[in-house]
Ligand binder design. Structure first.
Ligand code: ADP
Length: 605
């Protein structure tokens, strides 16, 4: 019989397990029991459509026994079993998400103590075993096979005479050392203790010495008052391989029109793949304790894609097809309920636990803002009160409602300015006139912000107003003077406009001490132009730019002087001023060499 070697990454994980730097060896039993339970789930699910499989539900169980002579612990299930190939593929290599997530984590952080919070799977049994024998017969094969390994030296697979479907795992415990008593794992006390601690909710009986050790009530069906925060957190990290506690746990149920139990979690950070197309939203759907779909996406609206969890309902039948689910009225009702429940909980957090909400919003705010403008703004009213924006006055994040309640008398609009960072916006010339009026400004630094604001259009009857828009003019007294100045210098401004590619050049009264700024007319702002053009599509847009020149700055006299005496030089100066305005906006200059030569010419004069 030929010995096969483990795949290299599996080998690394195995080394860790065997040398067991990790202190909490106990978790191995939870892992094996949960594998057994999954295997029974699979068999049960299969039996719903395959009538040849004769299953008696009451016989489905996981058995634990010990062999004191050999110091062996035996875990046996009557689930779906594994074929020769499956033994090879599943146990010879790191297969699944949990183990993979763990490996990625190891590569990054090298912190072994978080290991227990991952589904490290079958290999964890090597923490306590010097040899493992897996005997299995699949429902799809008449022949049983056994997989044997000491973890170090590869594994062998050979035929065995197991007749019943399912898997029997025999762990030959390591010898006791001064530091650790491995033989504890075959003591009654330890076995009972570990099963009730980690595997109580498993929905099949876990039998030891003719006694069922687990209550079989899944966590979401338990009474809230019997559940500790720790239980929720453990469930979450086990199931979703997340070592950080969720920012919110929502345990809820409904009776009446529709009845269900739901246990929902909001993660405290963005999963690595969250904003990629690999990420799939969804909740696990159970029908009366039996898993019918691992990731049912119809239970969540897109804007709540970050919610994880479980829904258990009697109102969908077990053998419903995936295609049918979406049309099922009960699923639609549950989705609606979950949607409003989660939003209500978020609102609660927003009002009563702002620090945690900010943490949540940092992770998933972009998702909510996307929700505001997605689907033609259909959901914006549901989401607008969950948004946070940075306030120029509070120097912190505020809601739109808070903005409205802080508005000054006579203030008509909700002012906002976008830019790369808070600091950069704070230094923009355009915002000074609004600040001078003592109006609050929302600083938008997330690329998606302005799209959400545009979709909202208004909040409580107040329009949003972009501080960087050309038409914004708050200085009533000066309006007429500025208008006249622009009319008197029409030709000058026209020459300037012709020398750069903008839709207008004008004098302005909005700039206090700064010489120039760039604003826009129309729908597309400079920041939207940046975002849209950075997208990998053919759709390119151009904002209608306006170069504004401070009428109270001495540059105005210089420009008029050049107009009268040297029109060529006027064009060069305009190019430089325009480049300055672009730089302030964080935009590129198309012709940097030309501009630096022009500047050099001027300073060498
Ligand atoms: P995970 O359980 O996270 O997938 P494991 O390393 O524990 O990772 O198991 C790898 C795979 O081996 C499982 O996904 C499953 O397909 C198979 N497996 C493990 N234990 C059993 C079992 N008792 N019965 C049937 N298949 C099993």
């Amino acid at each position: 019989m030929k010995k096969k070697q483990f795949k290299s990454e599996s080998k690394r994980l195995l080394d860790l397990m065997i040398n067991s730097i990790y202190t909490n060896k106990d978790i191995f039993l939870r892992e094996l029991i949960s594998n057994g339970s999954d295997a029974i789930d699979k068999l049960y699910y299969e039996s719903l459509t395959n009538k040849d499989l004769k299953i008696k539900k009451k016989d489905l169980a996981i058995n634990i026994s010990v062999n004191n002579d050999n110091k062996a612990l035996i875990i046996e299930d009557n689930g779906i079993g594994m074929t020769e190939e499956e033994l090879e593929n599943n146990l010879g290599t790191i297969a699944k998400s949990g183990t993979l997530a763990f490996k990625e984590m190891m590569d990054k952080k090298k912190d072994i103590n978080i290991i227990g919070q991952f589904g490290v799977g079958f290999y964890s049994a090597f923490m306590i075993s010097k040899k493992i024998v897996v005997e299995s017969k699949s429902i799809n094969s008449n022949q049983g096979y056994s997989w044997v390994s000491d973890g170090l030296d590869g594994y062998t697979i050979s035929e065995c005479d197991r007749k019943e479907n399912g898997t029997k795992i025999t762990l030959y415990l390591k010898d006791d050392t001064d530091d650790f008593t491995y033989s504890d794992y075959i003591s009654d006390y330890k076995i009972k203790n570990l099963v009730t601690k980690y595997s109580d909710y498993i929905s099949y009986p876990i039998i030891y010495n003719n006694e069922t050790l687990n209550s079989m009530v899944p966590l979401w069906k338990k009474n809230k008052k019997d559940i500790k925060e720790e239980d929720y957190n453990n469930f979450y990290s086990d199931k979703y391989y997340d070592y950080e506690k969720p920012v919110k746990v929502i345990h809820t149920s409904a009776e009446g029109m529709i009845s269900y139990n739901a246990l929902l979690f909001i993660p405290s950070h963005t999963p690595m793949d969250y904003y990629t197309k690999e990420y799939e939203k969804g909740l696990s759907l159970y029908s009366n304790g039996v898993l019918i779909m691992e990731n049912c996406k119809d239970l969540l609206p897109d804007y709540l894609a970050f919610v994880k969890g479980v829904v258990d309902t009697e109102d969908v039948s077990l053998n419903i097809s995936r295609e049918m689910l979406q049309q099922t009225r009960s699923i639609q009702l549950i989705e609606k309920n979950i949607d409003s429940k989660v939003r209500k909980e978020l609102e609660d957090m927003l009002n009563n636990d702002r620090e945690n909400y900010k943490k949540f919003f940092e992770a998933f705010g972009p998702q909510l803002k996307f929700g505001v403008y997605n689907n033609f703004g259909m959901d914006k009213d549901k989401l607008k009160d969950l948004l946070l924006f940075y306030s120029s006055k509070k120097k912190d994040y505020i809601t739109l409602k808070e903005y409205i309640s802080n508005m000054k008398e006579g203030q008509e609009s909700i002012y906002y300015a976008s830019g790369e960072t808070i600091d950069k916006i704070d230094n923009m010339p355009q915002i000074e006139q609004v600040k001078d009026k003592d109006y609050e400004i929302l600083y938008l630094t997330d690329y998606i912000d302005e799209f959400a604001i545009t979709a909202l259009q208004e909040y409580e009857g107040k329009k949003f107003s972009n501080v960087k828009e050309e038409k914004l003019d708050l200085d009533e007294d000066k309006k007429e003077i500025t208008k006249k100045l622009n009319e008197d210098n029409k030709d000058l401004l026209n020459i300037m406009k012709e020398s750069i590619n903008v839709s207008e050049v004008r004098f302005t009264n909005k700039l206090k001490n700064h010489p120039v700024c760039l604003t826009t007319k129309g729908e597309v702002s400079l920041d939207m132009e940046k975002v849209i053009n950075a997208m990998p599509t053919d759709q390119k847009v151009k904002a209608e730019e306006v170069l504004e020149i401070n009428e109270d700055h001495k540059i105005k006299d210089k420009l008029i002087d050049l107009y009268n005496n040297n029109k060529e030089e006027l064009k060069n100066y305009t190019k430089i001023l325009y480049s300055e305005a672009r730089l302030i906006e964080g935009l590129q200059i198309d012709n940097p060499t030309e501009i630096s030569n022009l500047i050099c010419d001027i300073i060498s004069k």
